[in-house]
Write a protein that binds this ligand. Structure first.
Ligand SMILES: C[S@@+](CC[C@H](N)C(=O)[O-])C[C@H]1O[C@@H](n2cnc3c(N)ncnc32)[C@H](O)[C@@H]1O
Length: 194
């Protein structure tokens, strides 16, 4: 049976997208005519489509990155930086964007680790004081390291960071307190604790 590249999705997915897009729309209104270079950074961009219900490959909706690119708005982003570590998904995202989306010359699709790209974005913002970023960070589990977020200290940006504790931290925090070393290391990297 055919499989979808991103095997997740449900009614909350659509709610999440709509809520984020409302914010993004307000963000663009606020930033209008202020002279900033605006960057949209999607750290876990996916393959371009999402299953409407888990397991159903017939009912697909467009992913956040595709919806952002399709947005009709007078004020738009100068750069759309889309990170998706999985090469197959990144290729599919690229092919969808090539077919249907405008502003293609402003789109960068990068098949690398979001943590490294966040450090790169922080450096860029430090060097370009008239640049502002809106980041949408939507990982599975505990993929983001605290250090990747700490790098933005003192910088101006808006970041939506979704933290799926149910499939991450909650599983590692054992009630009995018997936590293996490898899990401790993961918790330290995620929470920024020593
Ligand atoms: C929850 S999905 C993101 C869904 C996406 N926001 C959308 O609207 O379709 C997480 C995605 O992140 C990718 N991923 C996993 N680890 C990653 C990493 N370290 N850096 C970048 N992408 C990663 C996965 O392949 C997966 O497609």
């Amino acid at each position: 049976m055919a499989k979808h590249l991103n095997e997740f999705g449900g009614h909350w997915t659509e709610d999440k997208i709509e809520i984020f897009l409302k914010y993004l729309y307000a963000y663009l209104q606020i930033m209008k005519d202020r002279g900033f270079e605006l960057i949209y950074f999607d750290g876990f961009a996916g393959c371009g489509t999402i299953q409407k219900e888990a397991g159903n490959i017939e009912a697909l909706i467009e992913s956040v990155a595709i919806r952002v690119l399709a947005l009709e708005h007078a004020q738009r982003f100068s750069i759309y930086y889309l990170v998706e570590k999985d090469k197959q998904k990144a290729n599919q995202l690229e092919s969808i964007i090539k077919v249907s989306q405008k502003d293609q010359d402003k789109v960068y699709i990068v098949a690398e680790d979001c943590n490294e790209k966040l450090l790169g974005l922080a450096n860029y913002l430090r060097e370009h004081r008239y640049s502002r970023a809106l980041c949408f960070i939507d990982p599975f589990g505990m993929t983001i390291n605290w250090n990747s977020l700490a790098a933005f200290e003192g910088l101006d940006l808006d970041m939506w960071l979704l933290v799926p504790t149910g499939i991450g931290v909650n599983r590692l925090l054992q009630k009995k307190g018997e936590i293996p070393d490898a899990w401790f290391k993961k918790l330290e990297a995620f929470l920024g604790l020593t």
